[in-house]
Design a protein. Sequence first.
Length: 497
Amino acid sequence: MGEALLEIRALHKSFGPTRALGGVDLHVPRGEIHALIGENGAGKSTLLTTLAGALRPDQGEILLGGKPYSPRGPDDARRAGVAMVHQELSLCPHLRVDENILLGVEPTRFGLLRRKPMEERVRAVLAPMLGGDTNITPSMLVGDLPPASRQLVEIARALAQESLRLLILDEPTSSLGKGDVERLFTVLRGLRERGLTILYVSHFLDEIEALADGYTVLRDGKTVGTGRMADTPLSTIVEQMVGRRIDELFPRSARSPGEVLLDLGDLAGSQKPRRASLTLRRGEVLGIAGLLGAGRTELLRAVFGLDPVKSGTVKIGSHLGPASPGARWKQGVGFLSEDRKGEGLSTSMSIADNLTMTRLSDLGPWGFISSAKQNAVTSRFIDALSIRCQGPEQAVADLSGGNQQKVAMGRLLYHDVDLLLLDEPTRGVDIGSKAQIYRLIDEQACAGKAVLLVSSYLPELFGVCDRIAVMCRGTLGPARAVGETSEHAVLREATGG
């Protein structure tokens, strides 16, 4: 390995009795894109937050450029040339793009902002990222931008930092479409050629394989593997991540489609979808592919009653017509939102409350809830879903992203719904949790449930689904058996080709 820009030796960090880091070693050569890999709860977030200056380690040593590095806070880290882009964006939606990118380092004169130099500097930072796309301009309000554009602004803010030596990216592509991901990779490779060192975190191993030079794997707060990507098969990295072999990432049992459970006829929402027709049978998994903004999420929300239906028909079993979300739950329909923290979970409440909130009637008589019964039910799902937690009463906010997603999925299983509407169920989830969610989807289909799955990850759709339909600009195309189409054909249809 080459000369290290970042060197970490035997780093430890605990929060009370919980050990987050128990001996991390990391060697990141200068001018390299280095992947930091691990399941949710492996210690990645604690390590990154420590490097960004928001946490102090209990013991161990960090060297940056061969010198001891112990930032007293995020400002200290930035002055040392370290910038971090968090998975959860930290932008100010009421401010302009240029004001967000240069926040705290704005050029001023006599206390007034110098707009022209601001815009020129921001355009220079954004230009290679946008590839000629003018959908983002310095004067736009960040609150008016779609999620993918906000992610690019967040990354641009880090790149605008002077004397930048180490760029830390935590799941930077989780809200990006394929075109935006490719543009971002082009930018990152250009930065590497100019000598910038990048520490890259992603749950998408295909991204890491395409982008990274070297890698380090964390498990249970310790370094368990490191090496060069070119010399290491992905199966080895997966085994290092989970501590065991995953023989089958996409389980597919024999399924027998039954009666039609969901029937949509020319469904249209207030804006999207513009037109969507499909039939979904019991014992079947139907995938919805498409670009970001195509209307996939709006389709699921309209079916579940979260968004208004403008025209067309929705028939679920014997129930015909639009209905409220409460009515949908009673009809046996469950919805898993892509916005886990915003609307999928109440993070300040306990695991038990989140998992059982849609069916409290089984937890006690006359409207009373038996805490013992609620905790017993929750404990059963904690064991079944392998949720890493301290117990049913732990707040969901204290869990890793993958374990939060298991709680949200567990609510649908506890409610015993017949129709599962899943919107990006594995976004931000580690490989071990993904394999478990895929197994749950397969089990539900084999049990005679129907699954409508929205995903931006094509290998997931082809690995899990029986049929795939593509949405383009609000219009849903015909569903085809996975054996009768290809990733290339799906992408071509999604882009209007």
